[in-house]
Design a protein around this ligand. Structure first.
Ligand SMILES: Cc1cc2nc3c(=O)[nH]c(=O)nc-3n(C[C@H](O)[C@H](O)[C@H](O)COP(=O)(O)OP(=O)(O)OC[C@H]3O[C@@H](n4cnc5c(N)ncnc54)[C@H](O)[C@@H]3O)c2cc1C
Length: 523
């Protein structure tokens, strides 16, 4: 029996799920001045390093928040690090193949940020602390048990699992960042599309000294072809901590069947170290699958991360894609809540993110099929990793290019350019729209408009070529660092041109012609 329901103070945004995507959404919202609550049914952050690496684009987005230094410091890999990938019966052999590669951590011509090798179990606490430092209310052991919505807002029923009490939270918007099973998606009745299941796996995280089977460089990943005990072993970002995963037939076995004794025996066999004494940190069952929600929301409720798209871990795209959803959704919610944009702006979240997520899930699925040496569909087309993580585009045309070439075209990521003092142009973005220009007429027009619109003007040089505009041109960049519009030369009536552009971008039609100056952030 639960205690009677109580009411709590209204909140602009209620986020269901305190995983990577819920926490980063809260952080991006806080950066835009919007208060949110995160409720998470579990007692703390993730115990397993499911995602182990974050691409440069993800780090760029987090760089705009206060988690920036922590993320880069925690996950940076020394330049020139060489690791090995093994295919063998066991770690001790016989060996089918052993390949070494230099970890490509950073391409400073493309991004100011490195790829970070950082487990999800270590990134989540960083995001949690950063979010709390920005005033985000994160409540663990709190579970969403139901919600209703109307034109005014969302009423969510939240169970405090510790106290056993139920409260009603009123929010203007609700975000379901509640993982693959997503009760929020279920409640909205949103169906999933895609290839479906690729099968279930069981993983254990363990500490062990594998130096007896160490080769000339550290092992990053091993595919083990042992006839009975095949699977993979992957390194984590913690010394001597490893993941071992293998297939499980969930119709015949469950996690509890994998006892400590069974794991120890198995690990001794697959490592080839007969006296291995692994220290086990738990087990979890997961499904490799490709499923994308038919819609990324309904009314005042939105889906983000695994709730919206599930993909096999091949390629390491899942969490990264979810964090990119968060960046897209957060600035739009902030613009609407702050009165700068019309509610129709929120419809562009689905229109922009769903095609990109579906194309990314397709790439992950193709990689999974190739890794399993299964037949590929006749129309299978692989694109470069950078094309997926940095090259995606919103708007017309295919969401993923074949290869990544920064162009500055509207709908694509604003290219990185080093400015004076080794500062990246990307550091100018993240809050409100930014007008880049080196031209006085554009600057003057932008500054006049900035008095009544969420716009900042940066008069800088040296970026025009990378953005495909002339010296007298200008470029309008969104808060999520995507190019909104560009002009190759000065134009007559620049203020009016910019005004009309923002009017359209922010879906302001119907908001009325009388503008108020930017309001105080919603707190
Ligand atoms: C083995 C494996 C390896 C992976 N490797 C990578 C990788 O290398 N790179 C990568 O980018 N991705 C990887 N992924 C994918 C990545 O782990 C997920 O994409 C990521 O965890 C999604 O984050 P999320 O916040 O959307 O969902 P989750 O992490 O699942 O978080 C959702 C949260 O919502 C909570 N919740 C659910 N219902 C409720 C409710 N009713 N009330 C309150 N809280 C609720 C849950 O408890 C959970 O904590 C991997 C996944 C697996 C399984």
């Amino acid at each position: 029996m639960h205690a009677p329901s109580s009411q709590v103070q209204p909140v602009p945004v209620l986020i269901v799920g305190g995983g990577l995507v819920g926490l980063s959404t809260a952080l991006f919202l806080a950066h835009q001045g919007v208060r949110s609550w995160v409720i998470e049914k579990h007692a703390g952050t993730s115990l397993h390093p499911r995602a182990r690496g974050f691409h440069a684009r993800t780090v760029e987005l987090l760089r705009s928040t206060c988690a920036r230094e922590e993320v880069e410091r925690a996950g940076s890999v020394p330049a020139g690090t060489v690791v090995g990938e093994l295919v063998a019966v066991t770690l001790a052999g016989p060996v089918h193949s052993w390949k070494t590669r230099t970890v490509s951590t950073q391409r400073t011509d493309v991004s100011p940020c490195p790829y970070v090798f950082l487990g999800q179990d270590r990134l989540e606490p960083i995001l949690l602390e950063a979010a709390r430092s920005q005033g985000v209310e994160v409540r663990f052991r709190h579970e969403l048990t139901g919600f209703t919505q109307d034109a005014q807002g969302v009423q969510a029923t939240v169970l405090d699992r510790e106290a056993g009490t139920v409260s009603t939270v009123h929010a203007a918007y609700l975000i379901g960042a509640d993982g693959v099973r997503s009760p929020v998606r279920e409640a909205l009745g949103i169906a999933l599309r895609g290839r479906g299941s690729f099968g279930h796996n069981i993983s254990t995280l363990f500490d062990a000294d594998l130096s007896p089977v160490q080769r000339e460089v550290p092992l990053a990943f091993a595919v083990l072809t042992h006839p009975e005990l095949g699977g993979v072993i992957a390194a984590t970002d913690v010394k001597d901590r490893w993941i071992h995963a293998t297939r499980i037939d969930v119709s015949r076995e469950k996690a509890e069947d994998f006892t400590e004794a069974r794991w120890t025996e198995r690990l001794r066999t697959v490592t080839g170290i007969a006296d291995l004494e692994p220290s086990l940190h738990g087990t979890f069952v997961w499904e490799a699958a490709e499923r994308v929600a038919e819609r990324f929301g309904s009314g005042r409720v939105f889906l983000a991360g695994d709730a919206a798209h599930q993909m096999p871990p091949t390629g390491g795209f899942g969490a990264n894609t979810g964090i990119h959803d968060a960046a897209n959704l957060a600035w739009k919610l902030a613009a609407v809540l702050n009165g700068h944009a019309g509610p129709a702006l929120l419809e562009t979240y689905d229109a922009e993110r769903r095609p990109v997520a579906a194309a990314t899930a397709n790439q992950a699925a193709l990689l999974a099929l190739r890794m399993a040496k299964q037949a590929l569909p006749a129309d299978a087309e692989f694109v470069d990793e950078d094309a997926v993580t940095l090259g995606y585009r919103y708007g017309d045309g295919p969401p993923l290019p074949k290869t990544f070439v920064p162009t500055g075209e509207p709908g694509t990521r604003a290219p990185h350019v080093w400015l004076e003092g080794r500062r990246s142009i990307l550091d100018l973005f993240g809050n409100g729209f930014v007008l880049l220009t080196g031209n006085e007429a554009w600057s003057d027009a932008g500054r006049r408009l900035a008095e009544r619109m969420p716009l900042r003007v940066h008069e800088v040089q040296g970026w025009q070529h990378a953005y495909g505009v002339g010296e007298g041109g200008a470029c309008l960049v969104r808060p999520d660092g995507m190019v909104a519009a560009r002009w190759s030369e000065p134009v007559r009536d620049a203020e009016q041109v910019l005004d009309a552009e923002l009017e359209t971008l922010l879906c302001r039609a119907g908001l009325g012609s009388v503008r108020t100056p930017p309001t105080e952030p919603v707190r």
